[in-house]
Design a protein around this ligand. Structure first.
Ligand code: ZN
Length: 228
């Protein structure tokens, strides 16, 4: 079984990775992050089919997020920086999972919420009380909005996975940063829909986009702010 995490093809067996189109074992060159995609022009060396650019972008964001951590290195311990990078990789993996499957599984969001409650004081000096209020406030507000929208329109606007992820970020960044977090996530999502419809010259009001990547990007930005 091959899983994709943070843009790297990782096999659950003995570390072999496979082409996700022809399912043949990837050659060594295909395992070099970023460069393999550029050298092979996004194609699989074996079947010559175009590979999903999502993995290239995930590798690129792994690198970019690593650089953002280098900017906030001062005054923090090595273990804090390693943990922060682990969060970055987790968020990239979660975003990809949401894009590919339109799901934010409980197995990922709930431990992230629990870790936020337990570790935000250690990582970013967020008061435990602020963290608890952030988790409850974020979950409650968006939960009510999701339920109301669902009842009024008879369809899902904000998924329950999104609600749990918002609650988790509330625990990580504290209740004070919640309004800005929700604002940034919504505005970046709306901006993406607008730019995309301009690019493809087509607008579909009913089209749903995965909200997870926008939550992860805005949450990461605010997490770095509180980390400083
Ligand atoms: Zn292939």
């Amino acid at each position: 079984m091959t899983i994709h995490f943070a843009g790297k093809e990782a096999s659950l067996t003995l570390g072999r990775s496979y082409c996700d189109i022809c399912l043949r074992p990837s050659p060594l060159i295909a395992k070099i992050p970023l460069f393999s995609y550029i050298f092979m022009r996004g194609r699989c060396k074996l079947c010559n089919k175009l590979k999903l650019p999502i993995y290239f972008f995930s590798e690129l964001s792994s690198l970019l997020l690593f650089i953002t951590i280098l900017c906030v290195i001062e005054g923090h311990s090595f273990s804090q920086l390693v943990f922060l990078y682990a969060i970055a990789l987790f968020l990239i993996g979660l975003s990809i999972f949401d894009i590919l499957t339109r799901r934010l599984p409980d197995i990922a969001t709930l431990p992230f919420l629990l870790l936020g409650l337990c570790l935000s004081f250690w990582l970013q000096n967020i008061d435990f009380q602020d963290s608890v209020f952030g988790a409850i406030g974020g979950g409650l507000i968006t939960g009510i909005v999701a339920e109301t929208y669902n009842k009024m329109r008879g369809k899902v606007g904000i998924g329950w996975g999104d609600v749990k992820l918002i609650s988790a970020f509330g625990a990580w960044i504290g209740w004070q940063a919640l309004p800005l977090f929700l604002f940034l996530s919504s505005i970046s999502g709306i901006l993406f829909i607008f730019l995309r419809s301009v690019a493809i010259k087509q607008f579909n009001a009913k089209e749903q986009i995965p909200f997870g990547p926008f939550l992860c990007a805005s949450g990461w930005f605010l997490l770095l702010q509180t980390f400083n």
